[in-house]
Design a protein around this ligand. Sequence first.
Ligand code: UD1
Length: 359
Amino acid sequence: MTRLLHVVGARPNFMKVAPLLRAPSPHPVEHILVHTGQHYDAAMSDAFFRDLGLPAPDVNLGIGSASHAVQTGRMMAELEPVFDRYAPDWIVVYGDVNSTLAAALVAAKKALKVAHVEAGVRSFDRSMPEEVNRVLTDQLADICLTPGASADRNLRREGVPDDRIRAVGNVMVDTLLALRPSAAKLQVPERMGVGSGDYAVATFHRAGNVDDAATLSELLAGMSHVAGTMPVLFLVHPRTRQRIKDFGLERRATGVRLLDPVGYLETIGLVERAALVLTDSGGLQVETTILGVPCLTARPNTEWTETVESGTNRLVPPSLEAIKSAFADVRRQDRAVAAPPRPPLWDGRAAERIVALLA
Ligand code: UD1
């Protein structure tokens, strides 16, 4: 029996662990699920556990929000006795959030084996906390489980030896393909009173965009411009909502519908039939590529270069003028690419490959 201890903490982790817990395995596997509690709001955590059919975590550390140093340090201190108690064969960590690095660091110091899911993905922008988390986690991991060839190349360039790299595919795609039919059944656009193919979905939460008043103001003005043509449903992360209030920017979002974040199924149900997604999320860049929905990503770089190559995603500077011009381009096309070519290994079976490898 192989014991896998999965550490998750923030919203983008939950859809990545879900397919591993369900994956068939050639050998018996026991799963232990540990939630650091980095995200704790019902909309940021509980809704995802419910939508993804995740079991209640075996352990919830309830760490919550704090500065990066305090949050990461608290996680490390609390994870150590949990790893001692369960003595797993593998610690499995996901993506690039603070919970990922905290768990990898504790495990490495205790000489426990670490598997990193979504390894090798790089924006090459060290000003992003996520990039720091990724680079360090990959150095610590015993096995780097990557979404594909470009991530493999990034790891080799950083000196990670070939025997620690395994291309397994994209676990976010596993979840999306499995839950797309359930998401469609919810008829979310109808319930939100918007016409199919005639609205935009927006999400912004990156520190680089929302912690700066001038940048956030431009993004709101950009959404407001789009709202002059079609309804804009802005799913507002708690951090972003706080910043809009702190900076007094409520009036810059004229015409935009400011909504609370929604769960996984509602998000996918909305995105699938949107005319456009405006975002700085990593996950939505991947999901719009699979769903063939045009996506404007307000960032100077992306760790998901495949999404730009597939023709659905486009990087735009976070300014009103840039959004106006990119929106005009999207309007000239119909839908970006109805059935974009799917990158190799983004086939819905990544989790199966991972579990087979670890078991
Ligand atoms: C984290 C991840 C980011 C990911 C994002 C998805 C890191 C470094 N960043 O950013 O990569 O894209 O999650 O959401 O790990 N807050 C709440 N309730 C919550 C969670 C957060 O109110 O349930 C508010 C708090 O004010 C908190 C702030 O959001 O201080 C930031 O939360 P934090 O977990 O530090 O980072 P995110 O911005 O969510």
